[in-house]
Design a protein around this ligand. Structure first.
Ligand code: ADP
Length: 152
């Protein structure tokens, strides 16, 4: 079975992320969404809530698994039994960042990064933009995949 780890903060998980998962399922048998966290940087939505909301959202899709991890992404990938990482690129800025990450992960562990370019509908979407809109009182539901619900 060919599996890929899709690592990120997913704080929150947006329609752009969901689109990547959907497209990756056409390439891989299994997508493991890995919520990377750092105790020193708790972020916005508690990690346990990020995990449970996504598990519920993907309940009917057995080919999607949701985990959290607080170590190097390459180590989480090995632990999940894969040498593939999925990442998304929306812009030239993402490209520069992802290229450096991919080179490092291939050098230190031989992990291969698969990049999917953002869908035209979601290229402007980022978790940080969604957090900012929520902070200033705007409804963010339109930026999350339909059916994903956080208890926040
Ligand atoms: P990180 O904190 O590791 O950057 P994110 O949760 O922000 O994690 O994003 C995870 C991955 O999804 C990254 O590769 C990012 O470039 C990609 N991504 C984020 N938003 C989108 C989007 N709207 N379309 C495509 N890819 C995206």
């Amino acid at each position: 079975m060919k599996s890929v780890l899709f690592p990120g903060s997913f704080d929150p998980f947006t329609s752009g992320h969901a689109n990547l998962v959907e497209r990756a399922l056409a390439i891989f048998d299994q997508v493991v969404i890995g919520i990377g966290y750092n105790i020193a940087k708790p972020g916005w939505i508690p990690v346990a809530e990020r995990v449970s909301a996504l598990r519920e959202f993907y309940m009917a899709e057995p080919r999607v698994k949701v985990i959290s991890y607080d170590r190097l992404t390459v180590d989480a990938a090995r632990e999940q039994g894969t040498r593939f990482i999925l990442r998304g690129v929306r812009s030239i800025q993402d490209y520069e960042y992802e290229l450096r990450l991919a080179d490092t992960n291939r050098q230190i562990e031989g992990i291969e990064t698969v990049i999917l370019f953002s869908d035209i509908r979601y290229g402007h979407l980022s978790s940080s933009m969604v957090r900012e809109l929520h902070h200033f009182g705007r409804d963010i539901m339109q930026f999350l995949p339909q059916g994903l619900k956080y208890n926040i």
